[in-house]
Ligand binder design. Structure first.
Ligand code: C2O
Ligand code: CU
Length: 482
């Protein structure tokens, strides 16, 4: 599927029919744990505080011997990792050389509204003419400067496309990368770093025989019947870490810091180490925890992150330590492998006190958001997304209890605001819910209370389901910080 063949996606808002779909076979898949783990390049500024990144079509080798067309930041999938520093604002100029409009969201960023990746705040390619425009749409020809104040704690963030109605297919094609915020508080800790700090972007994809990404025709924009695969969210049968299928990394028998991100459209994972082992969690979505928490397994839904340390000195040299996903059988039950190849000197430690996260403020209001399916869409409080029609107007500098519930697994993400999970079904949250977060998995018919603080900026932001197909099928709402 070449760039030219995506013309239908570019403007008219109807996913093109793909005649080849029925005939498509499956691509030959590699043996798991044979492809080396790639580490995305770190973005280099063009001048202090300024970056430029071009979104473009590129052909990359994901499955050995085959070419896959990706839409990538910098032509790469994942895109480059942005290393940001608290207190040092940056401007990132995004240049769009793709055949479609885009909008870039820094997920977890405390970002002014005009740089937050609002779905109708679009960077459009040269010569673009909009066939289906949304009220209030803003079109930036070819480039846009995104300004990030980076006045937030050290945290594992990521960025991805957020175009109205098309986030899912555009992220599937590769428009995502990681961003790490660092600060003095974190620098003072003896955590593993350098080569012993690994960003791990986990996502699933399917491939056609020729190596191209396979994405189903959803029909949700054209009013055709929604197919079940599309409706629940699209899952792939190949698990990628940093864009490589079931990769392998050689490690010394020392502590390593893993920045785990679930960048999948819809797949949830429950991560474990085989033949056993522990994750020492040091950070959540929005930064370091007050103190480390040990887990045997980590449930991770789309959009969530865990910052963990794994001590490979617990294994004899020669051990293969597999990161597995206990929610899936078969190939999707494997994620990647670490092979402990040597002893190593290790000066790192996980201290018992990590940071002083902000205290829990007292809430001034309680609101309910109900994530539910109707006949032809996924809705919040019975409403399909309508840009510019906020469902809530929290006040800057206050905190509110948001009660999140629904009819299915909905990983709920709130822009701008960070929150703590207070309760699940009126009971204390799980150990893995610790810390300040921006995404929480709301399980079917569960009621999850979170305490959200609205700091940093006034303006229009979104909350939505981070199952990206649900998001595209209208499961999003605006709120306005006043
Ligand atoms: Cu990561 Cu509004 O999304
Ligand atoms: Cu959902």
């Amino acid at each position: 599927l070449g760039a030219a063949g995506l013309g239908g996606l570019a403007g008219c808002g109807r996913l093109p029919e793909r005649a080849g779909e029925l005939l498509a076979g499956a691509a030959p898949l590699p043996e798991p744990f044979t492809v080396p783990l790639p580490i995305p390049e770190v973005a280099r500024p063009v001048s202090p505080g300024r970056y430029e990144v071009t979104q473009r079509v590129a052909a990359v080798e994901i499955l050995p011997g085959l070419r896959t067309e990706v839409w990538g930041y910098g032509g790469a999938f994942p895109g480059p990792t942005f290393e940001l520093r608290r207190g040092t604002p940056v401007t990132i100029t995004v240049r769009n050389e793709l055949p479609v409009p885009t909008s870039t969201h820094l997920h977890g960023g405390v970002t002014p509204p005009d740089s937050d990746g609002y779905p109708t705040d679009l960077v459009v390619p040269a010569g673009h003419s909009s066939h289906h425009s949304h009220p209030g749409e803003v079109l930036h020809p070819v480039t846009k400067d995104y300004r990030y104040p980076v006045e937030q704690r050290a945290a594992t963030l990521w960025y991805h496309d957020h175009r109205m109605d098309f986030t899912a297919p555009q992220v599937w094609r590769g428009l995502a990368g990681m961003a790490l915020v660092r600060d003095d508080e974190e620098d003072a800790l003896p955590l593993p770093g350098g080569e012993r700090e690994l960003p791990l972007m986990i996502c699933d994809r399917s491939f056609d025989e020729d190596g191209s990404f396979r994405y189903p025709d959803g029909g949700h924009h054209g009013g055709a019947a929604l197919d079940a695969e599309y409706l629940e969210g699209v899952e792939g049968d190949v698990i990628l870490v940093n864009g490589a299928p079931w990769p392998v990394a050689e490690v010394s028998a020392t502590r390593h810091r893993l920045r785990l991100l679930n960048a999948s459209n819809a797949r949830r994972y429950r991560l474990r180490l085989s033949p056993g082992g522990r994750f020492t969690q040091i950070g959540s979505d929005s930064g370091l925890l007050a103190a480390p928490v040990a887990h045997d397994e980590l449930p991770i839904s789309p959009g969530e992150r865990y910052d963990v340390v794994v001590d490979f000195s617990a294994y004899p040299v020669g051990t293969a330590v597999t990161l597995v996903n206990t929610l899936a059988d078969g190939p999707a039950g494997n994620v990647m492998r670490f092979v402990v190849t040597s002893r190593g000197r290790d000066d790192s430690a996980v201290p018992p006190v990590l940071s002083r996260p902000p205290d829990r403020p007292r809430p001034v209001a309680t609101r309910t958001f109900d994530f539910r399916r109707t006949d032809d869409a996924w809705t919040i409080n019975g409403l399909r997304y309508r840009p510019g029609a906020p469902l809530a107007r929290p006040r800057l500098g206050t905190a509110e209890v948001w009660r999140l519930t629904g009819d299915f697994h909905h990983p709920v993400h709130v822009h701008l605001a960070h929150f703590q999970v207070l309760a699940r079904n009126g009971r204390p949250p799980a150990a893995t819910d610790a810390g300040w977060k921006d995404t929480v998995d709301v399980r079917p018919y569960e009621v999850v209370d979170v305490l959200a603080r609205f700091d940093g900026h006034r303006g229009l932001y979104m909350l939505h389901c981070h199952n990206l197909e649900h998001e595209d099928m209208a499961m999003m709402a605006d709120f306005e910080v006043i």
